[in-house]
Design a protein around this ligand. Sequence first.
Ligand SMILES: [Zn+2]
Length: 285
Amino acid sequence: MIRVTPIQTGTVSIRPHHHCGEEGKGSIRRKIDMLMDKDWVEDLPIFTYLIEHPEGNFLVDSGDTAENSAQDFLPSWHPFFKHGVVVKVAPGEEVGDQLWRMGLNPNKDLKALVLTHMHHDHAGGLHHFPHIPIIVTRENYELASSFKGRIFGCLPQYFPRWFSPQLIEFNNEPFGPFAESFYLTKDKNVICVPTPGHMRGHMSIIVKAPDMTYIIAGDATYDERFLLEELVDGVTYNVDLSKQTLRKFKQLGREQPTLLLPAHDLNVRERLEKQLILPCDSLII
Ligand SMILES: [Zn+2]
């Protein structure tokens, strides 16, 4: 049996120009628009995903932490953390607490924690997992750990002292539209694929269940609407690369029944409940 379950670790609010940049604008202009934006989108969920697989359980992303809900805990010198984001995570909403409530010991009942990327709302729960492998791409970890990482939405100053992730590089074996991949399971049904654009070294996790292919997208797209219309967020470092990633998701959706699971999409639970696949007639590239 292979099953994918969303676990919501609170909410995050961001500016509309962060959620979706304006078409025709490049990555720098999109950052300026984000910082000048005075509006907010509605609170968005912060999802992590539990993958239950015969070879073991995997958790994708660790969500955010209750500490980041206090605005003065986030770096006040940083315009994004000061003006561009509001995190709301109650202590019991952190992913470790929720795993315990689901009957899972975070450090015994998971084979690994896999990070799509290391933005604060994906790597905020690392402290729950001192005793299991934590997997991230080398490229993303090196950026997130650097000063540049602090500029671009990571909080390496709060990484646990023991944090020493397993750094992966893709192995050149193609998977569907993706030229490279990294298998997490021997049966090759849980697969990391590079999905650059939102952040350097960003990856998504593909789960192949018997009747459905799931894309655990991280932040490669925030929302299925944006994927179908090939609209890119304000955070992207390269609009064209982000769009190439979206087209690969759409291509996968044309090849097989595919269900999209981004980290901040309001409709994820309904999509899973009703098994709503990417609509084929909207997948023309
Ligand atoms: Zn992100």
